[in-house]
Write a protein that binds this ligand. Structure first.
Ligand SMILES: [Zn+2]
Length: 229
């Protein structure tokens, strides 16, 4: 039985730090409406949940992108949560083969994971799906595509993530598909070049995340006040 996005989202929200439509102080020059931190998902006690999320992500990626599972390979980033996804992907593949998985060269060199000489079998026809737990910015994605995938003679057919907070379209990444279980709109307000509209409207600042505490020390009388999550 397939889990709905709402159910998945609810479960992720219970154990990871995912807050939208709030007011955060990121640093002394940046405020934001949103905070997404999925590192809690690497906690061993959350492995069951992450496994469910991973299965759902892979199913949707294959279905929505209409990938040929004989030609598709998945490639993951190198962040801690991404490597956790690789472990799960291997387990899932053993019990329920869906797709071949490809571990990035830098991880293979560290011998964190066994096997996978799939790099040698990549051809221009191979459908590479880049998997990132949290899709944030174009720079790191382009680095992976440019330094690891293109030299193998292949392109990326999709970027697939648990949460997409990049605010970008597939065209921006130069790939046919960007698929996420959930997209969130993250706005950053640069105080060195402008004002924060959330401060202007007096939205309470979250004190116990980001640099809320420090902000309170400097501006104890902020008109919107402070809250804890
Ligand atoms: Zn603000």
């Amino acid at each position: 039985m397939s889990t709905t996005v709402t159910e998945i989202w609810k479960r992720i929200g219970q154990i990871a730090d995912v807050h939208v439509d709030r007011h955060f102080v990121i640093d002394n020059k940046t405020h934001s409406n949103c905070l997404v931190d999925l590192s809690g998902l690497t906690n061993p006690e959350n492995t069951g949940l992450l496994r469910e999320v991973a299965i759902e992500l892979f199913r949707r990626t294959i279905a929505e992108g209409r990938f040929d599972t004989n030609k598709a390979v998945m490639m993951v980033g190198t962040a801690l949560l991404d490597t956790k996804l690789v472990e799960l992907m291997r387990e899932i593949n053993e019990s329920e083969p869906m797709i071949e998985s490809l571990v990035p060269a830098e991880i293979r060199e560290e011998k964190l994971f066994v096997g996978s000489d799939l790099v040698n079998s990549i051809t221009p026809e191979t459908q590479v799906i880049l998997v990132q737990a949290l899709l944030q910015e174009i720079k790191s994605v382009n680095k992976t595509i440019g330094s690891v995938i293109r030299p193998l003679g292949s392109g990326v057919r999709a970027i697939s993530s648990i949460i997409d907070q990049s605010g970008l379209e597939a065209d921006d990444f130069g790939v046919p598909f960007v698929i996420a279980l959930r997209s969130v709109e993250v706005l950053h307000f640069d105080l060195s070049t402008g004002t924060c509209p959330l401060c202007s409207e007096g939205r309470p600042i979250v004190k116990n995340r980001g640099q809320g505490e420090e902000h309170k020390r400097h501006f104890p009388k902020y008109k919107g006040g402070y809250i804890d999550l």
